[in-house]
Design a binder for this molecule. Structure first.
Ligand SMILES: Nc1ncnc2c1ncn2[C@@H]1O[C@H](COP(=O)(O)OP(=O)(O)OP(=O)(O)O)[C@@H](O)[C@H]1O
Length: 328
């Protein structure tokens, strides 16, 4: 085993206290070739004798011109480190960052399924968390959007995604790779300021670090951690309230909101329940404006109506109920 560092100790302790990656399990490690995922892979390989994991690496090749050589680079590293690799290339290169992310998670889930890995592990760091929270905040997000990048979530009922480096910053993973002389793949798109995420990382965060708080990354990551717990709690309460307040009659469902069940609840819970309902009813994600239209009807006089929602649906008050009618 190579030299034991503070990062090894932190990860080992974290996994002992949280049991996110239990001993003797098969782990699929998502490796892009960048410093974060190579740091992750090296740490897991070094901890492997203590945990008895079976490690398999996956690289998702988008087949973008800028990625030429990336797959071969990851293959060379995994060969040197003697860990098996699966490469999946896109049939049609995904268009844009969001489509690429969606495709990667599909591919990682399928590979994990094929190779019977119950855990997919990624190299997301505190720096990614800080960028995400800032990005979502300026685009206009509720609490749920601000707590993104959690330590773990389900990809399927059998397969979990785990992000064990969420406490480490990109500076730390960079130093680790440097001190180990681990060569990393320099992804040219990471420097492209046409991407909003890159502008946050290369321009906004350094400015905030210099002029407001040198530890802004850690602070924002901690905020995300606190919000994750609060969102979890609120969603659970909202889920219970939803069962009382929302009724679906007939098939396909005709939704109804029982006003007295929501009237005495806090506005935060009213909005959450209504958002959960609109997510089922609408073709796109509900906005703050859509949710407020329905919240306003909770106390409105009988026969009041909302403006149309996307999908050509209007809400109207019928005594204790809000019902929905199609207007086009
Ligand atoms: N091409 C890839 N092949 C395999 N794993 C990848 C690939 N790209 C990214 N990953 C995994 O995802 C992690 C995060 O990388 P990156 O921030 O580029 O992805 P992202 O999904 O866009 O992140 P975010 O969810 O923060 O937007 C990496 O550390 C790595 O584990």
């Amino acid at each position: 085993m190579s030299e034991w560092t503070l990062l090894h100790a932190h990860l080992h302790q974290l996994l002992r206290s949280q049991l996110w990656l239990p001993a003797q399990q098969s782990l699929l490690v998502a490796v892009s070739g960048g410093q974060d995922s190579l740091c992750l892979l090296r740490l897991l390989l070094d901890l492997q004798p203590k945990w008895g994991w079976r490690l398999l690496v996956a690289y998702c090749d988008h087949r973008w011109p800028a990625d030429a050589g990336n797959a071969a680079f990851v293959a060379a590293v995994t060969q040197t480190w003697q860990v098996p690799l699966v490469v999946q290339a896109a049939v049609v290169p995904p268009c844009g960052e969001a489509a690429a992310r969606h495709w990667r998670y599909q591919v990682l889930t399928a590979i994990a399924h094929t190779y019977q890995c119950r855990y997919v592990v990624t190299g997301h760091t505190a720096s990614d968390r800080a960028e995400t929270i800032l990005y979502n905040l300026v685009r206009g997000s509720g609490l749920n959007g601000l707590q993104t990048l959690t330590w773990q979530r389900s990809l399927t009922p059998e397969i979990s995604l785990v992000r064990p480096l969420l406490k480490m910053t990109r500076a730390e993973t960079g130093q680790f790779c440097q001190s180990r002389q681990i060569e990393v793949w320099a992804d040219a798109t990471n420097e492209n300021l046409a991407y909003a995420r890159n502008r946050i990382r290369l321009e906004v965060l350094p400015y905030l670090q210099q002029h407001f708080n040198p530890r802004v990354e850690q602070t924002l990551a901690q905020t995300a951690e606190l919000l994750a717990a609060e969102v979890d709690y609120l969603e659970a309460i909202a889920h219970d309230l939803y069962q009382q307040a929302i009724a679906a009659v007939s098939q396909p469902p005709q939704w109804r909101i029982h006003r007295p069940s929501l009237q005495s609840s806090h506005i935060a819970l009213q909005r959450r329940v209504i958002r959960q309902l609109l997510q089922q009813m609408m073709p796109s994600q509900p906005t703050f404006g859509h949710i407020e239209k329905l919240v306003n009807l909770l106390e409105a006089p009988n026969r009041s109506q909302s403006d149309p929602l996307p999908g050509g649906i209007c809400a109207q008050v019928e005594d204790d109920w809000i019902t929905f009618v199609r207007v086009s």
